[in-house]
Write a protein that binds this ligand. Structure first.
Ligand SMILES: O=C(O)Cn1ncc2ncnc(NCCc3cnc(NC(=O)Nc4cccc(Cl)c4)s3)c21
Length: 270
Protein backbone atom coordinates (compact mmCIF):
# COMPACT_ATOMS: atom_id res chain seq x y z
CA UNK A 1 0.00 0.00 0.00
CA UNK A 2 1.21 3.54 -0.57
CA UNK A 3 3.42 5.06 2.10
CA UNK A 4 1.26 6.71 4.74
CA UNK A 5 1.69 10.47 4.60
CA UNK A 6 3.66 10.50 7.88
CA UNK A 7 3.48 14.14 8.89
CA UNK A 8 6.69 15.90 9.89
CA UNK A 9 6.55 16.32 13.65
CA UNK A 10 8.18 19.32 15.33
CA UNK A 11 8.91 19.96 18.97
CA UNK A 12 6.08 22.52 18.98
CA UNK A 13 3.58 19.69 18.52
CA UNK A 14 4.31 18.58 22.08
CA UNK A 15 3.98 19.89 25.63
CA UNK A 16 7.09 18.74 27.49
CA UNK A 17 6.54 17.18 30.92
CA UNK A 18 8.79 15.77 33.60
CA UNK A 19 12.38 14.73 32.98
CA UNK A 20 12.51 10.89 33.09
CA UNK A 21 16.21 10.17 32.64
CA UNK A 22 19.38 11.37 30.99
CA UNK A 23 22.84 10.21 30.09
CA UNK A 24 25.58 10.41 27.53
CA UNK A 25 23.47 10.55 24.38
CA UNK A 26 20.42 12.38 25.43
CA UNK A 27 17.64 13.36 27.75
CA UNK A 28 14.27 11.63 28.06
CA UNK A 29 11.10 13.56 28.87
CA UNK A 30 7.46 12.75 29.33
CA UNK A 31 5.49 14.66 26.68
CA UNK A 32 1.95 15.13 25.40
CA UNK A 33 0.94 15.69 21.79
CA UNK A 34 -1.06 18.93 21.78
CA UNK A 35 -3.89 17.94 19.41
CA UNK A 36 -4.70 14.47 20.75
CA UNK A 37 -3.27 14.73 24.31
CA UNK A 38 -1.58 11.41 23.51
CA UNK A 39 1.15 10.82 26.11
CA UNK A 40 4.57 9.79 24.79
CA UNK A 41 8.21 9.84 25.79
CA UNK A 42 10.49 12.15 23.80
CA UNK A 43 14.18 11.39 23.68
CA UNK A 44 16.27 14.46 22.77
CA UNK A 45 19.68 13.69 21.25
CA UNK A 46 22.31 16.23 20.15
CA UNK A 47 23.20 15.75 16.48
CA UNK A 48 26.76 16.90 17.11
CA UNK A 49 27.33 14.17 19.74
CA UNK A 50 25.85 11.45 17.52
CA UNK A 51 28.02 12.43 14.56
CA UNK A 52 31.12 12.74 16.77
CA UNK A 53 30.59 9.13 17.92
CA UNK A 54 29.53 8.04 14.41
CA UNK A 55 26.24 6.71 15.80
CA UNK A 56 23.98 8.01 13.05
CA UNK A 57 24.15 4.65 11.23
CA UNK A 58 23.25 2.69 14.39
CA UNK A 59 20.45 5.13 15.23
CA UNK A 60 19.11 4.86 11.66
CA UNK A 61 19.22 1.07 11.91
CA UNK A 62 17.35 1.19 15.20
CA UNK A 63 14.71 3.55 13.78
CA UNK A 64 14.28 1.43 10.62
CA UNK A 65 13.85 -1.75 12.65
CA UNK A 66 11.95 -0.49 15.68
CA UNK A 67 9.41 1.67 13.82
CA UNK A 68 8.08 -1.42 12.04
CA UNK A 69 7.85 -3.64 15.12
CA UNK A 70 4.43 -3.96 16.71
CA UNK A 71 4.12 -6.36 19.66
CA UNK A 72 2.88 -6.00 23.26
CA UNK A 73 6.38 -6.85 24.57
CA UNK A 74 8.32 -4.47 22.32
CA UNK A 75 8.44 -0.78 23.23
CA UNK A 76 6.88 1.16 20.34
CA UNK A 77 8.94 3.73 18.46
CA UNK A 78 6.12 5.89 17.03
CA UNK A 79 8.37 8.13 14.98
CA UNK A 80 11.21 10.59 14.98
CA UNK A 81 12.02 14.08 13.79
CA UNK A 82 14.92 16.49 13.87
CA UNK A 83 15.74 20.20 13.87
CA UNK A 84 19.09 21.86 13.25
CA UNK A 85 20.38 20.92 16.73
CA UNK A 86 18.77 17.68 17.76
CA UNK A 87 17.20 14.37 16.75
CA UNK A 88 14.06 13.35 18.65
CA UNK A 89 12.62 9.85 19.15
CA UNK A 90 8.89 9.56 19.86
CA UNK A 91 8.52 6.53 22.12
CA UNK A 92 5.81 4.62 23.98
CA UNK A 93 5.69 5.58 27.67
CA UNK A 94 6.29 2.80 30.24
CA UNK A 95 5.12 4.32 33.55
CA UNK A 96 6.97 1.86 35.83
CA UNK A 97 10.34 2.68 34.25
CA UNK A 98 13.20 0.28 33.62
CA UNK A 99 13.44 -3.22 35.11
CA UNK A 100 17.08 -2.70 36.11
CA UNK A 101 16.05 -0.08 38.70
CA UNK A 102 13.16 -2.30 39.81
CA UNK A 103 15.55 -5.24 40.29
CA UNK A 104 18.06 -3.14 42.25
CA UNK A 105 15.26 -1.79 44.46
CA UNK A 106 14.09 -5.25 45.53
CA UNK A 107 17.54 -6.86 45.14
CA UNK A 108 16.10 -9.98 43.47
CA UNK A 109 12.73 -11.22 42.15
CA UNK A 110 10.83 -14.22 43.52
CA UNK A 111 10.45 -17.14 41.11
CA UNK A 112 6.89 -16.38 40.00
CA UNK A 113 7.64 -12.72 39.23
CA UNK A 114 10.86 -13.70 37.42
CA UNK A 115 9.06 -16.40 35.39
CA UNK A 116 6.26 -13.96 34.49
CA UNK A 117 8.79 -11.38 33.23
CA UNK A 118 10.94 -13.99 31.44
CA UNK A 119 7.86 -15.46 29.71
CA UNK A 120 7.03 -11.98 28.34
CA UNK A 121 10.64 -11.39 27.25
CA UNK A 122 10.58 -14.75 25.42
CA UNK A 123 7.33 -13.82 23.64
CA UNK A 124 8.94 -10.54 22.58
CA UNK A 125 12.01 -12.38 21.24
CA UNK A 126 9.89 -14.96 19.36
CA UNK A 127 8.30 -11.99 17.59
CA UNK A 128 11.68 -10.25 17.04
CA UNK A 129 13.20 -13.43 15.54
CA UNK A 130 10.09 -13.86 13.33
CA UNK A 131 10.88 -10.35 12.00
CA UNK A 132 14.52 -11.33 11.37
CA UNK A 133 15.79 -9.15 14.22
CA UNK A 134 18.53 -10.56 16.48
CA UNK A 135 20.92 -9.54 19.20
CA UNK A 136 18.95 -6.84 20.85
CA UNK A 137 21.54 -6.35 23.53
CA UNK A 138 19.24 -7.86 26.17
CA UNK A 139 19.83 -6.74 29.76
CA UNK A 140 17.57 -5.43 32.55
CA UNK A 141 18.48 -1.84 31.58
CA UNK A 142 16.84 -2.47 28.19
CA UNK A 143 13.56 -3.70 29.62
CA UNK A 144 10.77 -1.32 30.63
CA UNK A 145 7.70 -2.06 32.72
CA UNK A 146 4.29 -0.72 31.69
CA UNK A 147 1.69 -1.78 34.29
CA UNK A 148 3.23 -5.26 34.51
CA UNK A 149 3.78 -5.61 30.76
CA UNK A 150 7.48 -5.97 29.98
CA UNK A 151 8.67 -3.98 26.95
CA UNK A 152 11.96 -4.73 25.18
CA UNK A 153 13.60 -1.47 24.12
CA UNK A 154 16.79 -1.27 22.14
CA UNK A 155 18.47 1.59 23.98
CA UNK A 156 21.38 1.69 21.58
CA UNK A 157 24.18 3.44 23.43
CA UNK A 158 21.90 5.72 25.29
CA UNK A 159 20.99 6.56 28.86
CA UNK A 160 21.40 3.00 30.14
CA UNK A 161 24.84 2.10 28.83
CA UNK A 162 26.21 1.06 32.26
CA UNK A 163 25.29 4.50 33.58
CA UNK A 164 23.49 2.62 36.40
CA UNK A 165 25.18 -0.79 36.54
CA UNK A 166 28.09 -0.65 38.98
CA UNK A 167 30.19 -3.64 37.84
CA UNK A 168 33.43 -3.02 36.03
CA UNK A 169 32.40 -4.86 32.88
CA UNK A 170 28.96 -3.30 32.58
CA UNK A 171 27.23 -4.74 29.60
CA UNK A 172 29.78 -7.47 28.72
CA UNK A 173 28.22 -9.87 31.25
CA UNK A 174 25.57 -10.90 28.75
CA UNK A 175 27.98 -11.87 25.95
CA UNK A 176 27.77 -15.54 24.89
CA UNK A 177 30.91 -17.69 24.31
CA UNK A 178 30.68 -17.36 20.51
CA UNK A 179 30.88 -13.56 20.80
CA UNK A 180 33.61 -13.65 23.44
CA UNK A 181 35.59 -15.77 20.94
CA UNK A 182 34.71 -13.27 18.16
CA UNK A 183 33.10 -16.01 16.12
CA UNK A 184 30.07 -15.96 13.84
CA UNK A 185 26.92 -15.54 15.84
CA UNK A 186 23.21 -15.84 15.12
CA UNK A 187 19.86 -15.33 16.86
CA UNK A 188 20.80 -18.00 19.43
CA UNK A 189 22.89 -15.37 21.25
CA UNK A 190 19.49 -14.20 22.51
CA UNK A 191 18.80 -17.66 24.01
CA UNK A 192 22.02 -17.36 26.03
CA UNK A 193 21.11 -13.78 27.09
CA UNK A 194 17.70 -14.96 28.35
CA UNK A 195 19.55 -17.52 30.49
CA UNK A 196 21.78 -14.79 31.92
CA UNK A 197 18.76 -12.53 32.48
CA UNK A 198 16.83 -15.28 34.32
CA UNK A 199 19.82 -15.92 36.58
CA UNK A 200 20.18 -12.19 37.33
CA UNK A 201 16.44 -11.82 38.11
CA UNK A 202 16.62 -14.70 40.62
CA UNK A 203 20.07 -14.10 42.13
CA UNK A 204 20.40 -10.29 41.89
CA UNK A 205 23.80 -10.74 40.20
CA UNK A 206 24.87 -12.08 36.80
CA UNK A 207 26.20 -15.66 36.65
CA UNK A 208 29.73 -14.80 35.40
CA UNK A 209 30.30 -11.73 37.61
CA UNK A 210 34.07 -11.10 37.55
CA UNK A 211 36.58 -8.54 38.74
CA UNK A 212 38.33 -8.26 35.39
CA UNK A 213 37.45 -8.58 31.73
CA UNK A 214 39.86 -11.50 31.08
CA UNK A 215 38.39 -13.43 34.01
CA UNK A 216 34.85 -12.67 32.82
CA UNK A 217 35.68 -13.95 29.33
CA UNK A 218 37.32 -17.07 30.77
CA UNK A 219 34.26 -17.86 32.89
CA UNK A 220 31.84 -17.25 30.01
CA UNK A 221 33.86 -19.41 27.63
CA UNK A 222 34.00 -22.20 30.20
CA UNK A 223 30.31 -21.65 31.15
CA UNK A 224 31.68 -21.54 34.70
CA UNK A 225 28.79 -20.54 37.00
CA UNK A 226 27.18 -21.83 40.19
CA UNK A 227 23.60 -21.58 41.47
CA UNK A 228 22.76 -20.05 44.85
CA UNK A 229 21.18 -22.69 47.13
CA UNK A 230 17.73 -21.05 46.99
CA UNK A 231 17.28 -21.65 43.23
CA UNK A 232 14.56 -24.29 42.63
CA UNK A 233 15.54 -27.35 40.59
CA UNK A 234 13.25 -26.22 37.76
CA UNK A 235 14.89 -22.77 37.69
CA UNK A 236 18.34 -24.41 37.58
CA UNK A 237 17.25 -26.75 34.77
CA UNK A 238 15.69 -23.84 32.79
CA UNK A 239 18.92 -21.78 33.02
CA UNK A 240 21.21 -24.76 32.31
CA UNK A 241 19.34 -25.49 29.07
CA UNK A 242 19.97 -21.91 27.86
CA UNK A 243 23.56 -21.41 29.09
CA UNK A 244 24.96 -24.05 26.76
CA UNK A 245 28.37 -23.23 25.24
CA UNK A 246 27.31 -24.57 21.85
CA UNK A 247 24.43 -22.51 20.36
CA UNK A 248 22.84 -25.60 18.78
CA UNK A 249 22.44 -27.24 22.21
CA UNK A 250 20.46 -24.31 23.66
CA UNK A 251 16.74 -24.96 24.05
CA UNK A 252 14.60 -22.94 21.64
CA UNK A 253 12.33 -20.11 22.76
CA UNK A 254 9.27 -22.27 22.03
CA UNK A 255 10.69 -25.04 24.28
CA UNK A 256 11.51 -22.42 26.94
CA UNK A 257 7.88 -21.23 26.99
CA UNK A 258 6.78 -24.82 27.69
CA UNK A 259 9.45 -25.49 30.36
CA UNK A 260 8.08 -26.63 33.78
CA UNK A 261 9.67 -23.59 35.48
CA UNK A 262 7.59 -21.24 33.30
CA UNK A 263 4.39 -23.31 33.35
CA UNK A 264 4.58 -23.84 37.10
CA UNK A 265 4.91 -20.09 37.75
CA UNK A 266 2.46 -18.56 35.29
CA UNK A 267 -0.77 -18.02 37.20
CA UNK A 268 -3.39 -18.45 34.49
CA UNK A 269 -5.02 -15.12 35.37
CA UNK A 270 -2.21 -13.72 33.21
O1 LIG B 1 13.94 4.47 32.47
C1 LIG B 1 14.08 5.22 31.47
O2 LIG B 1 14.78 5.03 30.47
C2 LIG B 1 13.21 6.41 31.42
N1 LIG B 1 11.86 5.99 31.10
N2 LIG B 1 10.92 5.89 32.05
C3 LIG B 1 9.77 5.51 31.48
C4 LIG B 1 9.99 5.35 30.11
N3 LIG B 1 9.17 4.98 29.09
C5 LIG B 1 9.70 4.91 27.86
N4 LIG B 1 11.00 5.19 27.58
C6 LIG B 1 11.82 5.57 28.57
N5 LIG B 1 13.13 5.85 28.26
C7 LIG B 1 13.64 5.82 26.90
C8 LIG B 1 13.88 4.39 26.50
C9 LIG B 1 14.46 4.25 25.13
C10 LIG B 1 13.95 3.47 24.14
N6 LIG B 1 14.65 3.45 23.01
C11 LIG B 1 15.73 4.21 23.04
N7 LIG B 1 16.60 4.27 21.96
C12 LIG B 1 17.76 4.98 22.01
O3 LIG B 1 18.08 5.64 22.97
N8 LIG B 1 18.53 4.86 20.87
C13 LIG B 1 19.76 5.46 20.69
C14 LIG B 1 20.20 6.55 21.43
C15 LIG B 1 21.46 7.09 21.14
C16 LIG B 1 22.26 6.55 20.17
C17 LIG B 1 21.78 5.45 19.47
CL1 LIG B 1 22.77 4.76 18.25
C18 LIG B 1 20.56 4.91 19.72
S1 LIG B 1 15.88 4.99 24.54
C19 LIG B 1 11.33 5.67 29.88
Amino acid sequence: EGTKNKRQWTIDDFEIGKHLGSGKFGKVYLAREKQTHFVVVLKFMKKKQLTECRLEKQLRREIDIQSHLKHPNILRLYGYFWDDLRIYLILEYAPEGDVFSELRRCYRFNESKAANYISQVIQGFIYLHSQGVIHRDLKPENLLNSCGSIKIADFGWSIHSNSKRKTLCGTLEYLPPEMVRNEEYDFRVDYWAIGVLTYEFLAGDTPFESLSKPELYKRIDATDFQFPIFFSNEAQDFIRRLLKRSPSERMTLEMALRHPWILRNICDDG
